[in-house]
Write a protein that binds this ligand. Structure first.
Ligand SMILES: NC(=O)c1ccc[n+]([C@@H]2O[C@H](COP(=O)([O-])OP(=O)(O)OC[C@H]3O[C@@H](n4cnc5c(N)ncnc54)[C@H](OP(=O)(O)O)[C@@H]3O)[C@@H](O)[C@H]2O)c1
Length: 247
């Protein structure tokens, strides 16, 4: 299979898009690390599903904003599978409110998890990815990072910041042959979106040319491609998976 013997760490993969990516990469033969912050039971369910399907996975707790926990996770992964070949910075949160109401704490929290978390994890696994024969660093951004969105100044800034981070890491990784890319999903049917009031969901759907939210499988398929050898000459790019929202 395409990712045989590759170790893939997906941050925040106890549910939603991260879970979809973990299952997709495992189905390609990867040894998968299901990272989570608090949802231990859900992460163990993902591991069970992967192993029952014949794949290899472990769950590993670490808050992406906590360097000590990330260092401990790196040790755990090295002991279980060896160095990481593919890092997917997927963990993310949103704390939405109109800019005029947004507090400094709400701004800081989202920047901390969604952007600084990607910095912390990229730093912790940079040497692994550089040394890997087919190293891949994949940041999960968002269409909101390109377009902005009402009530999401903090989230849009974090997701937009990922574009600059990715392009710079792509340049700094290039000599090693490893790549860094962004996948920018549009609205995807996960807890992050299904928690929005139905009338707001309807308004969002009406602005999507394809007329529906993405499934996690549709996003995971693009990540699988970026992680594969077929994507070896693509670096510093943003792959949009947004149902035509840019048109
Ligand atoms: N859904 C969308 O429409 C959409 C669109 C574009 C981009 N995205 C992006 O895609 C990513 C996944 O979104 P999702 O919709 O799948 O979200 P979700 O269903 O809310 O899942 C978020 C995941 O991140 C983990 N997480 C949160 N904070 C963490 C932290 N500090 N450290 C480690 N793990 C943490 C959660 O685990 P715990 O419960 O254990 O904290 C959970 O596994 C996010 O970066 C999001 O911004 C989503």
């Amino acid at each position: 299979m395409g990712l045989d013997n590759r170790t893939c760490l997906i941050t925040g993969s106890s549910r939603g898009i991260g879970r979809g990516i973990a299952e997709e990469l495992a189905s390609e033969g990867a040894q998968v690390v299901v990272n989570y912050r608090a949802s231990a039971g859900a992460a163990e369910d993902v591991v069970a599903e992967i192993t029952e399907a014949g794949g290899e996975a472990i769950a590993s707790q670490a808050d992406v904003t906590d360097e000590e926990e990330i260092d401990a996770m790196r040790e755990e992964i090295h002991d279980a599978f060896g160095p990481v070949d593919v890092l997917v910075n997927n963990a993310g949160i949103n704390v939405d409110t109109l800019f005029e109401e947004m507090t400094r704490a709400e701004w800081d929290r989202v920047i901390e998890v969604d952007l600084t978390g990607a910095f912390v994890c990229s730093k912790a696994f940079f040497d692994d990815i550089k040394a890997a024969e087919h190293g891949r660093l994949i940041n999960i951004s968002s269409v909101v990072g390109k377009q902005g969105n009402l009530g999401q100044a903090n989230y849009a800034a974090a997701k937009s910041g990922m574009f600059g981070l990715t392009r710079t890491l792509a340049l700094e990784l290039a000599k090693s042959g490893s790549t860094a890319n962004c996948v920018a999903p549009g609205f995807t049917a996960t807890q992050m979106v299904t928690g929005i009031p139905e009338r707001v969901q309807e308004r969002i759907r009406s602005g999507i040319p394809l007329g529906r939210f993405a499934t996690v499988e549709e996003v995971a398929a693009v990540v699988r491609f970026v992680a594969s050898d077929e994507a070896s000459y693509m670096t510093g790019e943003v792959l949009d998976v947004n149902g035509g929202m840019d048109l």
